[in-house]
Design a protein around this ligand. Structure first.
Ligand SMILES: *[C@@H]1O[C@H](CO)[C@@H](O)[C@H](O)[C@H]1NC(C)=O
Ligand SMILES: *[C@@H]1O[C@H](CO)[C@@H](O)[C@H](O)[C@H]1NC(C)=O
Ligand SMILES: *[C@@H]1O[C@H](CO)[C@@H](O)[C@H](O)[C@H]1NC(C)=O
Ligand SMILES: *[C@@H]1O[C@H](CO)[C@@H](O)[C@H](O)[C@H]1NC(C)=O
Ligand SMILES: *[C@@H]1O[C@H](CO)[C@@H](O)[C@H](O)[C@H]1NC(C)=O
Ligand SMILES: *[C@@H]1O[C@H](CO)[C@@H](O)[C@H](O)[C@H]1NC(C)=O
Ligand SMILES: *[C@@H]1O[C@H](CO)[C@@H](O)[C@H](O)[C@H]1NC(C)=O
Ligand SMILES: *[C@@H]1O[C@H](CO)[C@@H](O)[C@H](O)[C@H]1NC(C)=O
Ligand SMILES: *[C@@H]1O[C@H](CO)[C@@H](O)[C@H](O)[C@H]1NC(C)=O
Length: 547
């Protein structure tokens, strides 16, 4: 029997994505109740329990911590549990296909999961870089139990529990099943994020909420909000309303006001996800010029009427930025702000007489030094507002002296592997690092292109243990030049699920000859799961279907 199955598997999983002669049915058959990202430690069994939504409750253990975040999560996951339904007609149809719904042995009905938070939680808890997301989940004959010492671990455990559920049939009725299992799980990295650019195209709140839902389904914990850029300024500042009045694509429709932003932060917080703002300067600020040309560099020597990066020689630049950052501090709850610092073109500074004079009289000899002078002031400004900072790698590469806890975000040169050197030199200099270079979702390949993202590992730069420990995690980046509300969610998911697993699960060597079959099958299931939950994730692999 075993032999027969593996022959069948070998026939189904051919190398090509679209062979000339193909078997009917999907290329990769979805797994049943596999968790994405893969838990660190799981003991599995093929024996299963059955649950019925009308007879299932989420219970708190005696003496368990409790708070609104927990109660809201119970409600959320109860709804998800109810979504596991399928009609008998569908089952009959599927029988003629490759879906085998009749297997395994039934251990009985389960009516509850008992959740034990061995610690406190309060309604106002906000996740941080150092939260503990460890949890233990047991599905046994005597009980289904989830335990963690933190509310964030409980949230991750509830997600895993929800993913254990799959549909099975005894030939007559379809039931929700879950296999007996023991799980001990925790993340490999602390910072597992997604960057969303809302400047190149405006992304409505509806899609932002869907993306945050999916972050929870993938156990990611940072929503990096690249709020503003050259092209538009959709953030409504109360101190400087003119920034979005003149800098947004539409000052009424394509903006996020304080209420909107706070609603997003609250939505994410309930799911154990941090919302980290980015105010990218001194480059990437052209949209600011629509209302505040006086703080941008006059670049008319290069191109008539043009404005360049922020002018680092003017006091009012720093006053303005300090006021804006102080407002951002009041709106966002996160301990970190991303200060950008990428792609600063020096051309405008070089061709501006006032800037050249200022440099001479202040003994600043290179444009890198001028940028350093600027960035250091901004980091200090953020610091005095109680923001820790993150900067793009150029700031480090250009030799800016950074506080020890400033995180360097590595993003360049994926193609020629230079990012490997950058990771090495950042961590060699004792700086914490985040990796994004290999996870740019705007780079498209044909077919299910998640494998390229999966091949990249944050440890690939080969640093020693101390250097490796300085890697805090990474982020998938969704730049939106050719992405808007109509394709943003399907472009991100399930492609960002690949980095999500690399950042949560134990290291897997995917070099030469790694067999992706099971991973592809697990991703089939995960995509169907996201689809069922209302996330329009695109198909991950090739021909297939969802129940
Ligand atoms: C719920 O489970 C209990 C205990 O197993 C059983 O007595 C009861 O009939 C079930 N109710 C439904 C609606 O399945
Ligand atoms: C379905 O699974 C059952 C139990 O494992 C097995 O006996 C049966 O042959 C399978 N049917 C198909 C069509 O593979
Ligand atoms: C659960 O058990 C069924 C058989 O009952 C098996 O087909 C499936 O692969 C198992 N899933 C997991 C995640 O172990
Ligand atoms: C919860 O489920 C366990 C078995 O899984 C059962 O022994 C216990 O009675 C149930 N508790 C309640 C309150 O339903
Ligand atoms: C996280 O909490 C677990 C208990 O749930 C504990 O065993 C573990 O040491 C904690 N991890 C850290 C990094 O504090
Ligand atoms: C629950 O699962 C953990 C982790 O796999 C295991 O160490 C522990 O013994 C299990 N507890 C019970 C009561 O089965
Ligand atoms: C903020 O924008 C929302 C629409 O996204 C609108 O309903 C709300 O009234 C606005 N709030 C304020 C204070 O302008
Ligand atoms: C200017 O800076 C250089 C190093 O960058 C330093 O050697 C020199 O003493 C400085 N001159 C003055 C006048 O500060
Ligand atoms: C920063 O790191 C350096 C070593 O790279 C160390 O000498 C210095 O004491 C650290 N500073 C602080 C404030 O921790």
């Amino acid at each position: 029997m075993k032999v027969l199955i593996s022959v069948a598997v070998a026939l189904i999983f051919t190398e090509c994505v679209d062979c000339y002669i193909v078997n009917p049915g999907p290329l990769y058959v979805a797994t049943k109740g596999e968790i994405w990202p893969k838990p660190q430690d799981q003991v599995k069994s093929e024996d299963y329990f059955v649950i019925t939504p009308e007879n299932f409750t989420f219970l708190l253990a005696e003496n368990s911590g409790n708070c609104l975040i927990l109660q809201n999560a119970f409600e959320r996951y109860f709804k998800i549990l109810q979504q596991n339904t399928i009609s008998q007609a569908t089952v009959r149809r599927l029988k003629s296909f490759r879906a085998n719904l009749t297997e395994g042995s039934n251990l009985g009905l389960i009516t509850n999961i008992t959740v034990n938070l061995n610690g406190e939680c309060s309604d106002n808890d906000y996740p941080s870089l150092d939260i503990n997301e460890t949890y233990i989940l047991n599905v046994t004959l005597s009980a289904v139990q989830l335990a963690s010492s933190s509310i964030w671990g409980i949230l991750r455990g509830l997600e895993s529990f929800s993913q254990l559920l799959y549909l099975g049939s005894d030939g007559y009725t379809v039931r929700i099943r879950l296999n007996s299992t023991d799980i001990y799980d925790y993340p490999r990295y602390k910072h597992r994020g997604l960057l969303l650019d809302t400047s190149r195209h405006f992304i409505p709140l509806k899609q932002i909420y869907q993306i945050i839902d999916a972050l929870e389904y993938n156990k990611m914990n940072v929503f990096h909000w690249h709020l503003v850029d050259d092209q538009s300024f959709p953030f409504v500042s109360q101190k400087f309303p003119e920034l979005s009045q003149y800098g947004a694509y539409d000052p009424e429709l394509y903006v996020y006001n304080t209420t909107d932003v706070q609603a997003v932060i609250e939505y994410a917080r309930q799911r154990g996800i941090r919302v980290m703002p980015e105010i990218d300067t001194p480059g990437h600020t052209r949209s600011w010029g629509a209302s505040h040309p006086e703080i941008l560099t006059d670049c008319s020597a290069v191109q008539s009427g043009a404005l360049g990066p922020l002018d680092p020689t003017k006091t009012e630049t720093y006053t303005f930025l300090n006021d804006l950052l102080s407002e951002v501090r009041g709106v966002f709850k996160d301990a970190y702000i991303h200060l950008g610092g990428d792609e600063v073109g020096f051309e405008c500074w070089e061709n501006n007489e006032d800037i050249v004079k200022y440099m001479a009289s202040n003994n600043i000899s290179t444009y890198e030094d001028l940028e350093s002078y600027y960035i250091q002031k901004i980091i200090n400004s953020a610091n005095s507002l109680k923001f820790n900072s993150i900067v793009w790698e150029e700031v480090f590469v250009n030799g800016v002296t950074l506080p020890n806890d400033t995180i360097v975000h590595v993003w360049r040169d994926y193609g020629n592997f230079k990012w490997v050197e950058t990771m090495k030199s950042v961590t060699e200099s004792n700086k914490p690092a985040l990796l994004s270079a290999c996870w740019y979702l705007d780079h498209l390949q044909t077919g299910g292109d998640w494998q390229g993202f999966y091949e990249c590992d944050p440890t690939n730069f080969g640093g020693n243990e101390e250097e490796q420990n300085l890697v805090l995690g990474g982020e998938a980046c969704m730049w939106t030049e050719v992405v808007n509300e109509y394709n943003v969610v399907q472009r991100i998911w399930p492609r960002a699920s690949a980095p999500a697993e690399k950042l949560w699960s134990a290291y897997v060597d995917v070099s030469d000859g790694f067999d992706y079959t099971l991973t592809a099958q697990r991703l089939e299931e995960h995509v169907c799961r996201m689809n069922r939950r209302g996330i329009p994730a695109q198909p991950p692999n090739a021909a297939g279907y969802c129940l």
